[in-house]
Design a protein around this ligand. Structure first.
Ligand code: ASP
Length: 296
């Protein structure tokens, strides 16, 4: 019997997803998320670490081509994709992040290399790409990326096609928390623009004994609210439940006229997944085995 029951939550971005009702795209995403969440939970039950579970989750979400991250990323203002990602483990507060990489198939694996194999927390641009090559990570050319707005039913919707991210939060059987986030950012973003996804404390945070958080939405609002850390701090310092903490931060972003969503785990493996858009691709299994899969 494990000391802790595992818990896991994943997201594939928040947006005006109600536009996809009736196109088959919501069902396609739900089927994908449903299979993935069961696989990740089984990994954790078998003893996988939280950081391996969130890495695997994000790799699969990046490869799916259904979300604006990894394969599904959209090009920015200069016609090429720039990818951002970050990962954090809650035991010692170790973290890794990368920004503005163009040719790395799985940005989250490069963030993991930064965390595990270097003394750095964040590396950007060509030097980050060189590190990926040095560590033998798969590299891809521009043709690899198929913006997810082109996959399946073609729906042109400015709000929805502008952004997207994937992320995961987990607690393993040893009680360690981890969080990971990866994004192609926003469509037509100005080259060099960096959102919240690779910023520890904005898009991603994990702390043992407290919880783990991954955010999605218009990154500038999440950076200004220190959103991921604020959820953790509200639980740790104010004693708020994960639902209250994540809900308050989402409300503050809403009050600022920002939008998006948050997935978060609380200290006992409780799950909260608030969003203020018409949908967020999401799935979770909490510490009591309660399973949630949803889009709208
Ligand atoms: N947060 C991401 C960014 O601002 C985009 C998103 O999550 O939709 O780059």
């Amino acid at each position: 019997m494990s000391a802790f029951q595992p818990a896991i939550a994943i997201h594939g971005g928040a947006g005006n997803l109600a536009r996809y009702a009736g196109t088959g795209r919501i069902e396609e995403a739900e089927t994908f998320l449903s299979t993935l969440i069961d696989h990740l939970h089984a990994m954790l039950v078998k003893g996988a670490s939280a950081v391996d579970a969130v890495t695997d989750a994000v790799v699969q979400l990046e490869d799916a081509g259904l979300f604006h991250a990894g394969k599904g990323s959209s090009p920015g203002s200069k016609g090429y994709v720039e990818l951002d990602a970050s990962i954090m483990e809650g035991r010692f507060g170790e973290a890794g992040a990368i920004a503005m990489v163009r040719n790395v198939k799985n940005p989250i694996q490069l963030a993991r290399v930064i965390m595990d194999r270097t003394p750095l927390v964040m590396l950007a641009g060509p030097e980050a790409e060189e590190l990926a090559a040095e560590h033998g990570l798969p590299l891809v050319g521009p043709d690899y990326f198929v913006p997810c707005t082109q996959v399946g039913a073609a729906i042109s919707d400015e709000q929805d096609s502008r952004r997207g991210t994937v992320g995961a939060v987990a607690r393993d059987a040893r009680g360690t928390f981890a969080a990971a986030t990866s994004t192609g950012g926003v469509l037509n973003k100005i080259a060099g623009r960096i959102g919240d996804a690779p910023i520890i404390g904005a898009g991603t945070f994990a702390r043992n004994g407290v919880g783990a958080v991954s955010c999605t939405g218009v990154g500038e609002y999440f950076i200004r609210q220190a959103a991921a850390y604020q959820v953790i701090a509200r639980m740790e310092l104010l004693g708020e439940s994960v639902g209250a903490a994540a809900g308050t931060v989402m409300q503050r972003i809403n009050d600022d006229h920002g939008n998006g969503g948050i997935i978060a785990l609380g200290p006992r493996g409780e799950v909260a997944m608030p969003f203020n858009t018409t949908g967020m691709y999401r799935a979770a299994i909490d510490a009591w085995g309660k399973r949630t899969v949803g889009v709208l």
